[in-house]
Design a protein around this ligand. Structure first.
Ligand code: PHE
Length: 426
């Protein structure tokens, strides 16, 4: 459940619909689902197993399992990736907090598509305000890590996540009753093969990594908390299914409404933020629905930022432990928060939003995944005593064989091919 809390977040509700909207709807959806199966499942298993087996987070896990320092760069890559993601993730989380406040003030009452678009443009154009709202979730996240109340948040999210799911189901129900919603359904489910380009495939792969929180060692930490009896494949399937369900549900809510209300599906990053208030206004108990939805969205975002910041805090603590200036947890939290605020400022002021997003999802996370698949598929198996790779006891043989086939061949070759196609070498 905790790993699902990390996975389910803005990636599902904000990013998935906007990328799908820009990349042809149904064509993107089908490639995305394929990516979840081809990359998502084997990599979830890989990260959970690395964590479970080593009992460590990304920094120490690779050294522990390989017995040397050659794979240390994967830990560094994961730390860097987390920093850059936080640089824009907190900004969007800040948008959510702003929209929560506006939902409480019932600002969007009676506004049409044009007014909602104008509101969004006005808001993101106000840099001090955007910065202020981005810092709020940083402080919140840092406080959770400072007071070490992650466990409490995990318990809380066990109640709130299902609530978010119910809320989204209700919204989907309402949207399907709108006139013209069928056009959106067609957009989301009809596959137009001419829309499938190498770039769309790269985006779908990147979105899959981002949404499942894979390719950067975030889930290694969760694996290290797993009790012995817990089955890694079962946990992986659960996280993949839940995360994908939430993303598809978000698409089911947003696209029919896009066409019913006269928005543009290729609106860009503002898509969810202009369409969702319009839908919420159509719900019965509109005010309450708005406040509840944006409140839950903020919490879903913060459970993801907690896992992002935790990676870096743990990295700083572990990496400095043997030096002359070890950082304790509190100092790490402060230092990391300060750097994150700088990254956010750079993102907003220098307009690096798209750069942060693309460089992490489409380059760094696939690179991390490539490294991890080679590490597990080839690096570890050379080392005789690491066989069978991951205490595969109790797991059926065909499952293990399929996993090894994926992690040794399919995952690395597919990532390389997608890269080469996009650089234009193929
Ligand atoms: N998966 C999260 C989301 O979809 C984002 C995230 C990425 C969290 C990487 C942790 C690590 O919102």
């Amino acid at each position: 459940m905790a790993a699902a809390g990390s996975a389910v977040g803005l990636g599902n509700i904000w990013k998935f619909p906007y990328i799908a909207g820009e990349s042809g709807g149904g064509a993107f959806l089908i490639i995305y689902l394929l990516c979840v199966i081809v990359f998502g499942l084997p990599l979830l298993v890989t990260e959970f197993m690395i964590g479970k087996r080593s009992g460590k987070s990304a920094y120490g896990a690779f050294r522990q399992l390989s017995g040397n320092n050659r794979w240390q760069w994967l830990g560094w890559l994961s730390m860097l990736t987390a920093f850059i993601i936080m640089g824009f993730y907190f900004v969007v989380t800040g948008w959510c907090f702003n929209y929560l406040v506006e939902a409480i003030r019932h600002t969007f009452h009676g506004q049409d598509a044009a007014a909602l678009n104008a509101y969004f443009d006005g808001f993101v154009g106000n840099i001090p305000r955007v910065l202020l709202y981005s810092v709020v979730p940083v402080v919140l996240t840092a406080s959770v890590l400072w007071f070490d109340v992650n466990k409490g948040i995990e318990k809380l999210s066990k109640i709130l996540m299902p609530l978010l799911l119910i809320m989204m189901l209700l919204m989907a129900g309402r949207v399907l009753m709108l006139d013209g919603s069928n056009v959106g359904m067609q957009f989301f489910f009809r596959i137009d093969f001419s829309q499938i380009t190498p770039y769309v495939v790269l985006e779908a792969m990147g979105q899959c990594f981002f949404s499942l929180s894979i390719g950067m060692g975030a889930l290694i930490t969760y694996g290290s908390y797993m009790p012995r009896y817990q089955s890694v494949p079962a946990a992986s399937v659960q996280v993949a299914v839940l995360d994908t369900l939430v993303a598809v549900l978000a698409g089911l809510i947003i696209f029919p409404a896009v066409f019913a209300f006269g928005f543009n599906p290729a609106e860009g990053p503002e898509l969810a933020f202009v369409v969702l208030p319009a839908i919420l206004e159509k719900m019965s108990f509109a005010w309450l629905s708005g406040v509840l939805f944006f409140g839950l969205l903020c919490i879903a975002a913060v459970t993801s930022t907690i896992s992002l910041m935790e990676i870096v805090v743990a990295f700083f603590c572990e990496a400095t432990a043997e030096t002359r200036h070890p950082l304790n947890r509190h100092k790490s939290v402060l230092l990391v928060s300060a750097i994150v605020v700088l990254m956010i400022a750079l993102c907003v002021v220098a307009n690096l939003f798209d750069f942060y997003d693309k460089v992490t999802s489409c380059i760094m996370m696939p690179l991390g995944a490539l490294g991890m698949s080679i590490f597990v598929g080839w690096g570890l198996s050379r080392n005789g005593d690491q066989q069978p790779q991951f205490n595969a006891k109790g797991i059926k043989r065909p499952v293990v064989a399929l996993y090894l086939l994926s992690i040794r061949w399919i995952v690395p070759i597919a990532i390389l091919l997608i890269f080469l196609y996009n650089i234009g070498l193929i």
